[in-house]
Design a protein around this ligand. Structure first.
Ligand code: HEM
Ligand code: NAG
Ligand code: NAG
Length: 501
């Protein structure tokens, strides 16, 4: 029975996928004809548009535009090729058509800064259709105006607070030590990407909703994984499709989180708002805003789930890639081990516990993190929509158009970084790089600057410290994939063993 079901699911999946593929191929034939007509009309449009100086570029095929080229580049080791090719043809800011939308792509640091700063609230987020469907209207990632500022300030204030950092430091230490040691007791070869994801998920869920190890955590992890599978998919919604399944998973997640939020609300009502908030749920529950009203519980539940999206995958991927880059660069690894061993020795001698500032004040370790963030480009760009015509550095972005501010292009540009494809933490020792912060935006900027910035850096620092001072490892050959999100092709298999003293 079970096998039959699995088989059936496989068949439906296969069928729907091949149907789509076939559809796409078949569509192309008549489209070739339509294309001619479309081009004629387009040319007229473009001529009209030239007066307003819309950036140059190509719209590619009707409907699919240049999406296939965009995706194909994502599967290579140099995903910026898509940008580079067009940049050399049309200049640093150009026009294209991907994922169902006409888009202006910026590979110019100043233009990106302008877009991020968002003077006069000209820009609102603009994501591919599947993402907007899954996120829902009330997600912080899609909100705009005063509500976004309110939620952003609350969460940012909480995640940046020294109180949270000092208590979460012990939680992170415990999770990292416990998980690594129990892993190593079991097996010698581990898939690092998966293992780190488990650990960081646990920490994130703790920060957001104070759930510890156990059934609830497992359920949450399972459903969350089902949910995010649909973030980048074809936006087609009927039973059997990826998007549909993901939306169902989101419903189950919402139900569970809503239950937790209710429990916490009752607890708060009984106990009052004394002391510090324990987690993000409490932060949102306590806030009364200007209207002296608590945010609706459904809004809070939805936001807690959606807050997991920017936090869940990014931190573990930065750690995994740091391990990968360090493995390929023994000199940098040696320096990192020295610096962290020194701290460990000091701590052992003085018998003091680590404080969070111990971790974040090791300069070489911070340079390793910056260099990893620069090369990893976990968030490779942000997407925005212009609410009115805007002109930036002579480029017109017409009302209603989307802008993709590419971070990867800036981080991998020779104009900004010498030998950009080389992992070189020492480059951060020269002053000047961070001064021109336009050229380094792994966490975005402006009013949407990642509220998890300091928290993430702390978590990564703690992780690296315990990893390099307790273990050594040998990584197997593996490559980075950049589409749809940054991943290791083989999940970075490593053999790991304790350091013998
Ligand atoms: C190394 C890890 C991380 C990276 C590289 C990263 C990067 C980013 C970037 C680039 C943005 C801006 C998106 C935009 O402008 O549209 C952002 C926003 C955000 N991040 Fe992070 N992030 C990381 C970790 C985290 C963590 C751990 C959390 C939560 C605990 C988090 C929560 C958020 C939230 C809530 C936003 C939306 C802010 C808003 O729109 O107002 N991030 N992140
Ligand atoms: C801002 O968000 C609200 C609610 O999501 C939406 O109704 C409104 O149209 C958005 N405003 C703009 C200018 O996009
Ligand atoms: C590393 O990046 C952070 C921002 O993520 C920045 O504040 C810091 O100045 C950078 N370090 C150096 C040495 O430039």
């Amino acid at each position: 029975m079970e096998r039959k079901l699995v088989f059936w699911e496989g068949m439906t999946r296969w069928w729907s996928e091949s149907f789509l593929l076939m559809g796409m191929v078949l569509l192309q034939i008549p489209l070739l004809f339509i294309w001619g007509l479309y081009r004629l009309r387009r040319n007229k449009e473009i001529r009209k548009v030239k007066i307003g100086r819309i950036p140059r570029g190509s719209s590619g095929w009707p409907f699919i535009g240049e999406t296939l080229d965009f995706i194909a580049s994502g599967y290579t080791s140099k995903p910026v090729n898509f940008m580079e090719k067009r940049k050399s043809l049309y200049g640093k800011v150009f026009r294209t058509h991907i994922l169902g939308k006409p888009i202006i792509v910026s590979t110019d640091a100043d233009v990106n800064k302008f877009v991020l700063q968002n003077h006069g609230s000209v820009f609102v987020p603009c994501y591919p259709k599947s993402v907007t469907e899954l996120l829902g209207k009330s997600s912080i990632l899609q909100m705009n105006g005063s509500l976004q500022r309110r939620v952003h300030a609350l969460i940012g204030g909480f995640l940046r607070s020294p109180q949270l950092k000092s208590h979460i430091t012990h939680d992170i230490e415990d999770s990292v030590k416990f998980s690594l040691s129990s892993l190593i007791a079991e097996k010698r070869l581990i898939f690092l990407q998966d293992e780190i994801k488990k650990i960081t998920f646990e920490i994130l869920v703790k920060v957001l909703m104070s759930i510890g190890r156990g059934e609830d955590l497992n359920y949450l992890k399972r459903e969350y994984e089902e949910f995010i599978k649909g973030l980048i998919c074809l936006p087609i919604k009927f039973p059997g499709t990826r998007l549909y399944k993901s939306l169902k998973a989101k419903e189950r997640l919402l139900k569970m989180v809503r239950r937790i939020v209710e429990e916490r609300k009752e607890c708060l009502d009984r106990r009052g708002d004394k002391g510090l908030a324990n987690d993000a749920i409490e932060v949102l529950l306590r806030d009364r805003g200007e209207s002296k009203q608590r945010m609706p519980l459904d809004f809070i539940s939805g936001n807690i789930i959606e807050m997991m999206i920017p936090g869940e995958d990014s931190v573990p991927m930065v750690i995994t890639l740091a391990v990968k880059f360090l493995g390929d660069s023994p000199v940098a690894l040696k320096r990192l081990v020295e610096e962290n061993m020194e701290l460990k020795r000091q701590k052992a001698q003085s018998n003091y516990e680590y404080t969070w500032t111990d971790y974040t004040s090791l300069p070489f370790t911070q340079n390793v993190i910056n260099e990893t963030l620069r090369m990893a480009n976990i968030i490779n760009a942000v997407w925005r929509k212009a609410l009115r015509d805007v002109e930036i550095k002579g480029h017109l972005i017409p009302k209603g158009w989307c802008v993709l501010a590419s971070f990867t292009s800036i981080h991998m540009d020779e104009e900004n970084y010498e030998n950009p494809y080389q992992f070189d933490p020492w480059r951060w020792e020269q002053s000047g790089i961070s001064v021109n912060s336009n050229a380094f935006t792994p966490f975005g900027g402006g009013q949407r600057l990642c509220p998890g910035l300091e928290f993430s850096r702390l978590e990564i620092s703690i992780f690296l410290h315990h990893l390099v001072t307790t273990y050594r490892w040998v990584a197997e050959e593996d490559n980075i994939i950049y589409f749809p999100t940054v991943k290791m092709r083989r999940k970075l298999p490593i053999s790991i063993m304790p350091i013998e003293h």
